[in-house]
Design a binder for this molecule. Structure first.
Ligand code: SF4
Ligand code: SF4
Length: 334
């Protein structure tokens, strides 16, 4: 499949314009994401319709806590990513190209739409596990078909994409969980290989386009545990995105190349306490702290959603997503 955003340069090299890396790729070579190849002077999207994972997951697992709580979503992933995080949970698929994965599944768009419709109670499709931005051609062809049958599209992303293709994704996406990794331009660049400013732009555009947004922040000792950076991030989220954007603080465990110590629970709790001064919905994940998974109404303090793992109880939530006690809007439900 020929890639959409690129230009041809001299000597049959090309420049990809999908993400801010703007890779210049000579003939026969790949971009940093490993899934866009210059084949005889044209840029090919190697992972188009190459599905590496298919699972029916709780929407809470994305994580999205305020988007149709309690529902499941058919979740798809492929290979490739435009970041290089040393702690990547899914490095087996994110840090390889199509040659590095042996068990791709192949479904037509019609089959995927049918699968999404056939799963009882399924919310739609989540593009997740690896980075969906580098699956651009596939998503922008499947997602409108999913919406056409009344289902939703969810992107779980690092937000690293150029403004123009982002607008195309916004036109066919309903909800995002964006991983905001480090709130310091220099550390962000050394940790991910990408620039924080583009991620911030993506976050602002999602809010301006009125798509549902939740943010994940994995707290990694030695990378992003400095309180002054964290405090600046929380204030920026509150000021630039609004205080109702749910924030998921997540505990890190050593994985892949990362050897940093596991996040101390006390640090997560200190961060959560600070974040709650500015944001109405702050959660702590991966830490077996069930009470930090629950949702309380910011209007009256009533427990509205109780969570235990991925099991939820809608204690005081109306079908319209409002608090049954005071009417405050809590979640998207219908
Ligand atoms: S999408 Fe891939 S090839 Fe294109 S600019 Fe980004 S990393 Fe480079
Ligand atoms: S952005 Fe996500 S998928 Fe990509 S390397 Fe980082 S953690 Fe892995």
């Amino acid at each position: 499949m020929e890639a959409k955003y690129y230009q041809k340069l001299h000597d049959r090299s090309v420049q990809c314009e999908l993400c801010p890396h703007q890779c210049i790729i000579s003939e026969g070579r790949q971009g940093k994401c490993r899934v866009r190849t210059n084949a005889k002077g044209t840029l090919q999207a190697d992972n188009y319709q190459a599905i590496a994972s298919v699972h029916l997951d709780p929407v809470e697992k994305k994580p999205l806590y305020h988007f149709y709580p309690g529902r499941e979503v058919l979740s798809l992933g492929t290979v490739g990513c435009n970041f290089k995080c040393s702690c990547c949970q899914n490095f087996e698929i994110s840090q390889v190209g199509v040659d590095g994965f042996a068990h791709f599944l192949s479904y037509s768009f019609d089959q995927l739409v049918q699968m999404a419709q056939d799963k009882p109670g399924n919310l739609g499709i989540a593009y997740t596990y690896n980075e969906p931005a580098v699956w651009f051609e596939f998503i922008t062809q499947l997602a409108p078909r999913i919406q056409a049958v009344g289902l939703k599209n969810i992107l779980v992303s690092n937000g690293y994409i150029m403004p123009k293709p982002l607008e195309e994704l916004l036109a066919c996406a309903d909800a995002f969980n964006i991983d905001l990794k480090v709130f310091d331009e220099g550390i962000h660049h050394s940790f991910t290989g990408g620039e924080l400013a583009y991620v911030k732009h993506t976050l602002k555009r999602i809010v301006a386009a009125e798509r549902h947004l939740e943010i994940t922040h994995l707290v990694i000792p030695g990378i992003n545990d400095r309180m002054e950076n964290f405090q600046a991030m929380i204030q920026w989220i509150g000021d630039s995105l609004g205080d109702t954007v749910p924030l998921h603080l997540s505990r890190y465990f050593p994985r892949y190349k990362a050897k940093n110590e596991t996040t101390p629970v006390d640090l997560l709790l200190e961060m959560a306490e600070y974040a709650r001064r500015y944001l109405k919905f702050v959660y702590v994940g991966n830490a077996v702290l069930d009470s930090f998974q629950d949702t309380y109404c910011p209007g009256c303090g009533t427990l509205v959603i109780q969570r235990s793992g991925y099991r939820i109880q809608l204690e005081q939530l109306s079908t319209r997503g409002t608090c049954l006690h005071c009417g405050h809007q809590i979640a998207v439900c219908s």
